[in-house]
Design a protein around this ligand. Sequence first.
Ligand code: GDP
Ligand code: MN
Length: 376
Amino acid sequence: MKLQEYRSKEILARHGVPLLAGETATTPAEARAAAERIGGAVVVKAQVLVGGRGKAGGVKLAATPAEAEARAGDILGMDIKGITVQTVLVAPAADIAKEFYLGLILDRAARAITVIASAEGGVEIEETAKTNPGAILRLPLHPLLGLQEFETRRIGFFLGIPADLRRDFATVMRGLYAAFVESDADLAEINPLVVTDDGRLLALDAKITLDDSALPRHPDLEAMRDLNEEEPSEIAAREAGISFIKLDGSIGCMVNGAGLAMTTMDLVKLAGGEPANFLDIGGGAKADRVAAAFRIILDDPNVKAILVNIFGGITRGDEVAHGIVEARSQLHREVPMVVRIVGTNSDEAKPILARANLITADSLDDAAAKAVEAAR
Ligand code: GDP
Ligand code: MN
């Protein structure tokens, strides 16, 4: 789950990272009032979960409250990479002398939380990685020892942090690391981290991505979710307790078990089709959950056929078949449905499916081929 800049800054500030927090606004008048409270020059920033807002015109300086109102008017409602801006952050403007990039990622290949730092801040790190990879420091941290003081000094030297700001840099680095670990993040970045004309070190932009699987441990962070920017189908799936990821193909997949779901998607591809989604209905596969899964799959207009692949274990195959037939009768849209049920009571499932005119298959290869054919 990605957090908006102002939310990410809230978390960093809690861990002692120096920044100018500001206030959010959803109308130009609110932006003006915020600028009046702040006093002096402000920066008005689109709050959308995509990078490169600056380049897209979503970050603007304003010298007066009237100007802040006008800039908020420009930015609110603006489209940035397909997302409509509904909120802006109004924050005290900083005079920038130097910009840095400082980030932490969970690097699964290195099996470590890894520091990424570059003195070429402000631009996207992916860009620097292409044009000037030598300008980037990658430093994996020990999984048990965590961030060490000597490492913080090493990062500071690499970035060329001025001597009188090294203590402040240590505060930033420690705060970023603590924020990352304590919120179970898989990414936390400050870009740019700046030195101002009057010699202060400040986080001017922040981005935190949380590990979805750890969210049950953090109800306060879960509450920061921005529903405006999520796939409606993924919201519906989460509410129904279904693991679902929307993809771009035409074959809807309904499967029990994450491994089987991935295998099913692979076989759809092997048969020449493209899956429309990943969907793990979980254990039990009760009729109401099956119905919810069908609705979510069929809400995607690209879906031309559905492949149901269920392995009956504790759940009996005939119960699942009844659930599918019942759920199907309530659907708002009809597409061909290929059903493969194996395991407990799979033989009892067959006549139930056949009576309902569903396409059945014995093997997964066969099911995938039939689904691809049906989608044509
Ligand atoms: P992003 O483009 O989505 O990464 O948004 P940022 O918050 O990083 O803003 C983009 C750029 O706008 C930064 O790299 C800065 O150069 C500039 N910027 C942001 N805030 C301020 C500010 O307070 N003062 C000045 N002078 N520039 C700012
Ligand atoms: Mn940025």
